[in-house]
Design a protein around this ligand. Structure first.
Ligand code: ATP
Ligand code: BTN
Length: 319
């Protein structure tokens, strides 16, 4: 099915006969495969009598050589899957198999893309970036502090570089344009965080997605914000370059060096919020973050700090 998609990726017409010849199947088998492709991958194919078939939109697929050409100074190998359960899970499998890291894992689609707390990350074929970076961490807890917030900053920089100017952050892991989510970050840890461990930095970034019945909150994409389809290989190269640059400073100076930059980009700075741990809510006003990336709230006149993967922030007017 993907061979057929690759033959059609330029968005130009291809006759049933040519497609059949390239695949070594009959014209009616091509027709069947096209129908399967439309329903399985959610791509739209136009059929015109006498001219053949073409994709409604040309599609540019992920390609390691293109990514490396766009980020020549980066020497992280890239593994690309047409379809995978989750790039984070694939990266974890690679770490367990002792595949050398750093390693970038990408996929055209995820069948079990995951967000925080077992939530689903909607991951249609060929439209967005599903990115996981596997790293070995040797410096103990300090090298992990604020890491997920730092990656948010790298995603934000990448988005600004391609013209999504109104983008901001929501503690701890969301990248939003106004109220609409454009990207999310999910870090997963393996081993002993106090000693040598591995971390998988997962980034889901909506790039060319135009419609989705599946995402159950407000969302947007680079295409929706800029009106321009993006080359995902170039975006992956930018994202990796930015993550590498932020990581290098973090390794030397710790997260404290980014605190101000992060707060400047926090969309909910100074806002009245409810912070949920399960069903329990704490009401407060966002003061900012500390040098470890913990959230600082003014709770009834007292400054309190909050950290941990189970916390969820909502604007007070929204709850
Ligand atoms: P919080 O982290 O504060 O609870 P959240 O509601 O965004 O915020 P997360 O666990 O961070 O929750 O993210 C998962 C959520 O993101 C999903 O429940 C869904 O609402 C949303 N989501 C899933 N796929 C996408 C996507 N491709 N684009 C934007 N949002 C998505
Ligand atoms: C969130 O907002 O909850 C985080 C979403 C993270 C999604 C990315 S997509 C690539 C990587 N693989 C996954 O299964 N999840 C992350």
């Amino acid at each position: 099915m993907l061979t057929l998609l690759k033959l059609l990726k330029d968005g130009k017409f291809h006759s049933g006969q040519d497609l059949g010849a390239a695949l070594g199947v009959s014209r009616s088998a091509v027709w069947k495969q096209l129908q399967q492709m439309e329903s399985a991958l959610g791509v739209e194919v136009h059929k015109v009598r006498g001219r053949g078939y073409r994709l409604a939109q040309p599609i540019s697929l992920l390609n390691e050589a293109e990514i490396q050409a766009a980020a020549p100074s980066l020497d992280w190998p890239v593994q690309i899957f047409d379809s995978i359960d989750s790039t984070n899970v694939a990266a974890i499998r690679s770490i367990n198999l002792r595949v050398p890291v750093p390693l970038i894992v990408l996929a055209e689609r995820q069948t079990a893309g995951r967000g925080r707390r077992g939530r689903k990350w909607v991951s249609p074929f060929g439209e967005n970036i599903y990115y996981s970076l596997a790293l070995r961490i040797e410096g103990g807890m300090r090298q992990l502090e604020g890491l997920s917030l730092l990656v948010g900053l790298a995603v934000l920089k990448t988005l600004k570089e391609v013209g999504v100017s109104a983008v901001g952050l929501k503690w701890p892991n969301d990248v939003l344009v106004g109220r609409r989510k454009i990207a999310g970050v999910l870090l997963e840890l393996l081993g002993d965080p106090a000693d040598v461990c591995h971390v998988v930095i997962g980034v889901g970034l909506n790039v060319n997605m135009r419609a989705s019945d599946e995402v159950d909150q407000e969302w947007t994409s680079v295409y929706i914000e800029t009106g321009i389809p993006s080359n995902r290989n170039e975006l992956v190269a930018r994202l990796s370059t930015n993550i590498a640059a932020y990581l290098a400073v973090h390794q030397d100076q710790g997260f404290g060096a980014f605190r101000e930059e992060w707060e400047k980009n926090h969309l909910w700075q100074g806002r009245a919020v409810s912070l949920f741990t399960g069903l329990e809510a704490t009401e407060g006003v966002v003061l900012g973050i500390d040098s470890q990336g913990a959230l600082l709230l003014d709770v009834g006149g007292v400054q309190k700090s909050f950290s941990g993967g189970e916390l969820s922030l909502r604007l007070r007017d929204d709850t």
